[in-house]
Design a protein around this ligand. Structure first.
Ligand SMILES: CC(C)(COP(=O)(O)OP(=O)(O)OC[C@H]1O[C@@H](n2cnc3c(N)ncnc32)[C@H](O)[C@@H]1OP(=O)(O)O)[C@@H](O)C(=O)NCCC(=O)NCCS
Length: 173
């Protein structure tokens, strides 16, 4: 079985070669993700082979950031939320390299994002993990992990903090 590591995106990673098949996320990784990480806008983590040497091929990635949301009417939101935006974690982007899709790596990235969101929420608060699915098929992918649609088009989805614990442990920074 292959072994993987999750690392914070850095100059060691080969961003230029990453292709998931969804141009908007590929461009985000190539052009924006490092700048956003350096400025504190969001943090991107990449999945690499455990023995990879720089420039390390990126097998997948995801991006997390804090978000304020009006979640009171959402299904699965905690009861009795205040009438104002409340904090949550946003899973802004997630993708797996086209050559590695269908092998469980997307599920591994979602599990790791849930694990990091749980730690962040435990330390600083937050009602759960929000995701903006890029298209209806991506929404089906997130639904398979328990995310529920909370927007009219069904692309904004939510997993409450109490459902985030997946028990999956993988090595990361
Ligand atoms: C969507 C994506 C991340 C899935 O990654 P993956 O590594 O191929 O998925 P996995 O192999 O981990 O599959 C995990 C589960 O999700 C299901 N799944 C995978 N892709 C799916 C899809 N498009 N629709 C519905 N379910 C899907 C799998 O069947 C699997 O379920 P199972 O465990 O019951 O068999 C990947 O296809 C991708 O990067 N696509 C292009 C970028 C993209 O669309 N990203 C979403 C942006 S929000």
């Amino acid at each position: 079985m292959s072994s993987y590591a999750i690392e914070r995106l850095s100059a060691d990673h080969d961003r230029a070669a990453f292709t998931s098949g969804l141009d908007s996320v590929d461009r985000y990784l190539r052009e924006t993700a490092r700048g956003h990480s350096e400025k504190g806008v969001s943090i991107t983590r990449v999945l690499v082979g455990i023995d990879a040497a720089p420039p390390k091929p990126i097998l997948g990635f995801f991006t997390l950031s804090p978000i304020l949301i009006e979640a009171k009417p959402w299904p699965k939101a905690p009861k009795g939320l205040p009438n104002q935006p409340v904090p949550a974690i946003l899973l802004g982007r997630l993708a797996v390299a086209a050559t590695h899709q269908g092998k469980g790596l997307g599920a591994m990235l979602v599990a790791t994002a849930c694990q990091i969101a749980t730690e962040t929420i435990t330390l600083a608060g937050g009602i759960g993990l929000v995701v903006d699915a890029a298209h209806p098929q991506a929404a089906s992918f997130y639904a398979s992990f328990g995310f529920k649609a909370v927007s009219p088009g069904g692309l904004r989805m939510f997993l409450p903090a109490k459902s985030l614990k997946t028990g999956v442990e993988i090595r990361r920074e």
